[in-house]
Design a binder for this molecule. Structure first.
Ligand SMILES: NC(=O)c1ccc[n+]([C@@H]2O[C@H](COP(=O)([O-])OP(=O)(O)OC[C@H]3O[C@@H](n4cnc5c(N)ncnc54)[C@H](OP(=O)(O)O)[C@@H]3O)[C@@H](O)[C@H]2O)c1
Length: 468
């Protein structure tokens, strides 16, 4: 039987009423389709300057061998996944080639040795169906519909039980490990699984997991800002992956978001979603760094801080920071005394110049935040199930088009999240249509519809388009 026939048999069993034992007993394909980078492309790519590297020249859709499943792992038939910014980093081998992470993990030996090799299967989001479960997995069985979060930790690491994000073994699945979600099959630890929200499609649920949970930890969790009613929050990139969930979480928490974007259509999108305070950083012409990028332009930083204080006179309580080098000083200058800058990334550069005396005089805290532990992922997923947070999926592509979709995200041309249908048909996966109808199709898809610039439907910003 060919691999394709084996996959079709699996899909048939999943779609029908096959039992866990029947699905678990089916033969697995020996190879599967996956979006990969190749070790052999690293050297030539590193010779190109980082800004000129193109995901399309390094990402390939290839067949890879199906790995065996460790006792604490499951094999998931991936229905959908999404492009995250870490897909961009992986594809351009920046800041370092991800093969460095894989080699380090493989050196641990035992089951970890599987992660080495010449191909890296990428992807840190997935929704799908469990098709095989390792011998010590108790909570999940073949046939279960799941979403996968990307926090990969060892259950034998004591640090996991304080806060898994601080555990020594912590890795980002599909970025620092192999066998990620941009594929027909994925190998994940059982502790990465959560119940798929039944009213969402495969792509809606897959594309919400990583960015929603990242924003949840940054803004809601006590490990981040722990937002309180009435807090003001500055959100950079408010229509991007993390930002589009941060805005919803801030509004749901009773906070007042001040959103920064770079284009008029993004200002309009946020207005349609009911956001009151929006800054178009390009239209207002902020230049936080000198032309050669070496020095902070303090008068521009002060101008931005004054602009933020037009909305909240003392400055903001919290900043959701991720651009890094270009914006950190403006983030600090926007805070009220005692405010917090919570940062999860440094997209424009990690070596940052900032005024330490300003930060100390105003008792400003800079809080590092990275993805989310299992508990935070589960809470963020619950908010999706409850409809308090909605997906921000604006486009989906088939697995074959991962290279083009990654190029789109790398160029910043997208809004919200870009989904990838792996085994799923476009739009499929809603298993509770009654719950979906009760929540309302227009409510669930409002970010996507509001992002259609110029649509007559949303021009008036009707009440039912407002998130809060
Ligand atoms: N640590 C973690 O666990 C974690 C998790 C998720 C993401 N991240 C990181 O967070 C960053 C953002 O991820 P994402 O998924 O939100 O990406 P995204 O969808 O590309 O959105 C990023 C947004 O940032 C804004 N931006 C870009 N350059 C900027 C600049 N120079 N100044 C101000 N704003 C700028 C853009 O909005 P405008 O142009 O409209 O302003 C863009 O929409 C990435 O570096 C990603 O790797 C980290």
């Amino acid at each position: 039987m060919s691999d394709q026939q084996r996959l079709l048999e699996l899909l048939h069993a999943i779609a029908g009423s096959a039992s866990a034992a029947e699905i678990g007993g089916l033969p697995l394909p020996e190879t599967y389709r996956a979006a990969v980078t190749r070790r052999s492309d690293v050297e030539r790519t590193l010779r190109i300057s980082e800004v000129n590297r193109d995901p399309v020249s390094t990402l390939r859709i290839e067949r890879v061998a199906t790995p065996s499943v460790a006792p604490d792992e499951v094999l998931v038939a991936v229905m959908a996944s999404s492009i995250n910014f870490n897909t961009v980093w992986s594809s351009i081998f920046a800041p370092i080639p991800t093969f460095v992470f894989l080699d380090k993990l493989a050196k641990e030996g035992g089951w970890s040795a599987r992660h080495g090799g010449d191909r890296h299967v990428l992807g840190s989001d997935a929704s799908g169906v469990v098709v095989a479960a390792g011998s010590v997995v108790r909570r999940w069985s073949p046939g279960d519909h799941v979403v996968v979060h990307g926090n990969w930790v060892s259950g034998e690491d004591p640090g996991t039980y304080q806060d898994a994000m601080r555990a020594k073994s912590q890795r980002a699945w599909g970025f620092e490990t192999n066998f990620g979600g941009l594929a027909d099959l994925a190998v994940v630890k059982a502790s990465q699984l959560m119940r798929k929200p039944l009213h969402l499609s495969w792509a809606e649920s897959a594309s919400s997991t990583l960015c929603n949970a990242t924003a949840y930890r940054m803004l809601i969790s006590p490990n981040g800002a722990g937002l309180r009613l009435g807090d003001s929050v500055l959100i950079w990139g408010a229509t991007g992956g993390v930002g589009s969930f941060a805005v919803q979480l801030a509004l749901a928490a009773g906070a007042d978001p001040i959103c920064v974007v770079s284009r008029p259509d993004r200002v309009a999108l946020l207005r349609r979603l009911g956001v009151r305070h929006v800054i178009d950083r390009v239209a207002e012409g902020y230049q936080f760094l000198s032309a050669d990028g070496t020095t902070v332009n303090t008068s521009e930083v002060a101008r931005f801080g004054d602009r933020v204080r037009e909305f909240t006179s003392d400055g903001v309580d919290v900043v959701l920071e991720h651009p890094g080098r270009e914006t950190m000083q403006a983030s600090i200058a926007s805070c009220r005394p005692g405010g917090k800058v919570v940062t999860c990334a440094a997209t424009t550069g990690a070596l940052i110049q900032f005024d330490a005396s300003l930060a100390s005089r105003r008792s400003i805290q800079i809080v590092g935040s990275h993805f989310a532990n299992y508990w935070e992922n589960d809470r963020a997923n619950l908010l999706l199930e409850q409809g308090i947070v909605q997906p921000t999926l604006t486009a989906t592509y088939p697995l074959e088009e991962v290279p083009l979709a990654t190029r789109l995200v790398s160029s910043g041309g997208h809004h919200g999240k870009i989904g990838i249908n792996c085994l799923a048909e476009a739009g499929s996966g809603v298993s509770d249509p009654i719950a979906r109808a009760a929540m309302g199709e227009r409510v669930i898809t409002r970010f996507a519809r509001a992002s259609l610039s110029g649509s007559k439907d949303f021009g008036g910003g009707q009440v039912d388009e407002v998130i809060s």
